[in-house]
Structure formats: structure tokens, C-alpha cells
Design a protein around this ligand. Structure first.
Ligand code: SF4
Length: 79
């Protein structure tokens, strides 16, 4: 299983991840990325479906600030 979460403290609102993986990432009012997949609300608790693994990895690889975190276990962040 894979889970993902965006560290907004380091995100620079470049807009890359939402273009690469629009089913997983969108932006808040400040343009900072967050996980919107299945109402995850950037908590990193929603299991990403396998069909999106390539998009997820591409977005992670393309993030200039390494703000996209991926793990095999839920993050349990608070948004
Ligand atoms: Fe933020 Fe990284 Fe997404 Fe750019 S690619 S918006 S820096 S999380």
C-alpha cells in the first residue's frame, strides 16, 4: 500500500504536482499543494490505488523541494 502527504512548510507552490497527478494533488488558497485524493485532506491516511502509482512517483520525482512524502504506512497528519 502507498500513502502520500505534502509538507507545506517546504512546498513552494510551483504547480508541478497537480499537473502531473491531478487525481492526487490540488492546491489550497495560497497555492500550496495538498493531497485531495478521496477527501484525504492532506492527512496521508488514504490508500492510493495502484493505478495511480506511476503518477504519484512522477509527481514525487518532479517536486523541486522534495515536499511530497510517500510511505507504505499511513502518515496520520492533520492536514
Ligand atoms: Fe509544492 Fe512540490 Fe507540488 Fe511544487 S511539486 S507545488 S513544490 S509539493
Amino acid at each position: 500500500a502507498k500513502y502520500t502527504w505534502v509538507d507545506k512548510d517546504t512546498c513552494i507552490a510551483c504547480g508541478a504536482c497537480g499537473a502531473t497527478a491531478p487525481d492526487i494533488f490540488d492546491y489550497d488558497d495560497e497555492g500550496l499543494a495538498e493531497v485531495i485524493y478521496q477527501s484525504d485532506a492532506n492527512r496521508g491516511v488514504t490508500e492510493i490505488e495502484e493505478g495511480l502509482y506511476d503518477d504519484l512517483q512522477d509527481a514525487c520525482d518532479g517536486c523541486p523541494t522534495d515536499s511530497i512524502k510517500i510511505a507504505d504506512e499511513p502518515f496520520n497528519k492533520e492536514g
